[in-house]
Ligand binder design. Structure first.
Ligand SMILES: *Cc1c(COP(=O)(O)O)cnc(C)c1O
Length: 690
């Protein structure tokens, strides 16, 4: 019912913390310096990128959604942790004779970290702040930018030997190194991995667990080869950056995400503590070795040294993690409670299926604009749009400026077209959220042109529906838009796809209007005409977008999968003697001994009152039970005389397999579009198959 559990990430977190310990204790050094190099300078380099990706995965989507409200608490708690760790290591630093001047101290605090593994904190803070500042950029641009920074870091790190012979580059790196001691500090390493973590949350998997596992081991082999080659030939300055590292980290992450193991907050905390305290454990183990005269074993024998430090870190870490749990237990689960009364299950894998089904029917060069108005027809606009965006959809249509603004705030970066008329009071919001408006007519055009910034618009053409749009004869009015507005498209709406003659008339009017604009040297921009019915019922048209709504949600056509099921619980079961009546107005009379079940859903939840008195019904235990009497605002009676097994607490299906939205809508004298878009705000939306 919820996202797959990401427990494999928690387990890998601990492995990565131990890799950092290995990095600082060189476990294989006394056996084989080359093997130790591979372990500590190549494989262990996955650890920090992995930590950064975790932060990116869980923090950045919130930053997108909530902005500063999510940024500030993160910066504050990370800075606090950094300060605490600094204090923890201050005695060691002072003991080692650390007495920096003012400028080097600032450098340490803001870039290098105040102790050797603490560089992670300033790098993380800087990376998150940078990505926050750039959050409005489109993902590919941002990715290119972060990859560029990474390459700069790489050339100053493991590939330094390649460029140190080129004087201008070497001089440039001289400047970099005067500010940061090495390129893992500063803005070079963290942004790319933070962003990759974010993208892993935003893009649905394209392969299976096995596929990602294979890809990970393949990229690990690449990384190994690269690490060995670099150490032999490139005279590395340090060995933190490799070309194969982002690839390897990405596939590792996707592989783990595909594993679906239960989460473990304890392991999460333990890994953090191990990461923080293990240098102290190194000091303690060495001190103990000296005291007991066991330096040759405990320190000089590197595997024993590593194991001793790791064991001590785990021991102290477990104590630290377990102690506070006694007094303040962690929340048992982050999953939402199962819905109790009335809920809609939204099957996101069906949505993906429908999306692929529709896209397979698009002509060359035509893309899909997902219509997510009215809360995505009751399915939840934010979630539906996010899934579509994850599948590569980059254009959306909504009905109102408020819907468009909400979509933008939820993190959608693609084009958002407002299909309805935007009123002057709404233009500021529309502009601030970079929405594309529909110009409805000449009067509307003047209102839009009066706004101080040129607005992005698509012109609506009325080819016969008589709703919004310029009359198809008003070429001059539309042509004059180009001076004052950013006209990016031209569209019309078909009103009767089954009426072939009228549809052909509408199409002829539309395409000749577009030609007339072209003849005047005005690019009509992107053309679009068809909603679901037009896409699935007409031969392909020379357009740039199609605008399906209903078909996305799986209604009305063979081959689509319904996305939404509406369910509720049974609140009570009653037995009526012949002659007894039930419900408002006593509209139901028992003609025989009758059993009625009370459903916890009514017309306020979106169940049309027109389904009263046996015109509609519900499935209980897979069997149909007709409504009895009048549907109430919050409850509905159904006749379950034939279903003796029904009990209070059972689940009833109001829309779902065996009782599809088309059938229910038809029984209520309406269409599935109305039925679905009117599901009430009390109906909890539960997302499956994410
Ligand atoms: C609602 C709407 C659509 C989507 O229609 P469906 O029949 O749900 O596919 C397309 N275009 C316009 C202008 C609309 O208002």
């Amino acid at each position: 019912m919820t996202r797959p559990d990401t427990g494999a990430l928690d387990r890998c977190r601990l492995v990565c913390a131990l890799l950092v310990v290995a990095n600082h204790t060189s476990p294989l050094l006394s056996l084989s310096p080359f093997a130790d190099h591979l372990l500590t300078q190549v494989w262990a380099r996955l650890a920090v990128p992995f930590f950064l990706m975790l932060t990116g995965r869980f923090l950045l989507p919130r930053l997108r959604r909530e902005g500063r409200a999510a940024l500030l608490p993160f910066l504050r708690s990370t800075a606090l942790l950094y300060a605490a760790a600094t204090l923890l290591y201050l005695p060691l630093q002072l003991y080692k004779g650390y007495r920096p001047g003012f400028f080097p101290l600032l450098q340490d605090v803001f870039f290098g970290g105040t102790f050797y593994h603490l560089w992670y904190f300033p790098a993380l803070l800087l990376g998150v702040a940078l990505l926050y500042a750039l959050r409005r950029l489109k993902a590919p641009v941002l990715l290119a930018l972060c990859a560029g920074l990474y390459l700069v870091g790489l050339l100053g790190d493991s590939y330094f030997g390649l460029i140190s012979g080129a004087p201008p580059l070497a001089a440039a790196y001289g400047a970099v190194f005067s500010l940061v001691e090495q390129t893992r500090n500063g803005p070079f390493l963290a942004p790319l991995f933070l962003l990759l973590g974010f993208l892993s949350a935003e893009t649905p998997p394209r392969s299976t667990r096995k596929g990602y596992g294979a890809a990970f081991f393949l990229s690990l082999a690449l990384l190994t080869a690269e690490g060995a080659a670099v150490s032999l030939f490139a005279k590395p300055e340090h060995s933190v950056f490799y070309l194969a590292l982002p690839l390897c980290a990405w596939f590792l992450f996707r592989w783990l995400c595909a594993m679906d193991l239960p989460q473990s907050p304890r392991l999460r905390a333990l890994s953090a503590v191990v990461y923080l305290i293990h240098p102290w454990c190194i000091v303690l183990v060495r001190g103990l070795a000296k005291l007991t005269g066991s330096v040759p074993v405990l320190v000089a024998c590197s595997p024993v040294h590593f194991l001793a430090v790791a064991a001590l870190s785990l021991l102290l870490g477990s104590a630290a993690v377990l102690l506070p749990r006694r007094t303040r237990p962690l929340p048992r689960s982050e999953a939402p409670l199962p819905p109790a009364r009335c809920w809609a299950e939204i099957d996101l894998s069906a949505l993906r299926h429908n999306l692929a089904f529709l896209r397979a029917r698009l002509p060359q060069g035509c893309t899909l604009m997902a219509v997510v108005k009215a809360g995505a027809y009751g399915h939840g606009a934010g979630r539906v749009a996010a899934v579509c965006a994850g599948e590569g959809v980059d254009a959306f249509a909504v009905a109102t400026v408020a819907e468009g603004s909400a979509l933008r705030r939820s993190g959608i970066t693609g084009d958002i077209l407002v299909l309805g008329r935007a009123f002057p009071e709404e233009l500021r919001d529309a502009c601030a959220h970079d929405l594309i408006l529909t110009v409805a007519d000449a009067l509307h055009a003047r209102e839009l042109a009066a706004f101080p910034h040129p607005l992005r618009v698509h012109a609506a053409l009325d080819t016969g529906m008589c709703r919004l749009g310029f009359p198809f004869t008003s070429i001059d009015d539309v042509a004059s838009l180009y001076g004052s507005l950013r006209v990016e498209g031209l569209f019309t709406h078909l009103c009767a796809v089954n009426d072939t003659a009228f549809t052909e008339l509408q199409l002829a009017r539309f395409f000749s209007f577009a030609d007339a604009l072209r003849r005047r040297g005005l690019g009509p921009g992107r053309l679009h005409v068809q909603s679901s019915a037009g896409l699935l019922g007409l031969p392909p048209l020379p357009v740039d977008y199609v605008r399906p709504g209903l078909a996305l949600y799986g209604c009305g056509w063979e081959g689509l999968r319904p996305v939404l099921s509406l369910k509720c619980r049974i609140a009570a079961v009653h037995t009526l003697a012949p002659g007894e009546t039930a419900g408002y107005g006593r509209a139901f009379t028992a003609l025989r001994p009758t059993v009625l079940a009370v459903l916890s859903a009514g017309y306020a939840d979106g169940l049309p009152r027109a389904l009263s008195c046996g015109r509609g019904g519900a499935l209980l235990c897979g069997q149909y039970a007709p409504t009895a009497g009048l549907i109430c605002m919050d409850q509905t009676l159904v006749d379950v005389t034939e279903l003796p097994q029904v009990r209070p607490g059972d689940t009833a299906v109001l829309i779902g397999p065996g009782l599809d939205a088309e059938t229910v809508a038809a029984a209520a004298g309406t269409i599935p579009n109305e039925l679905l878009s009117r599901l009430g705000p009390r109906v909890e939306r539960v997302y499956l198959g994410s």
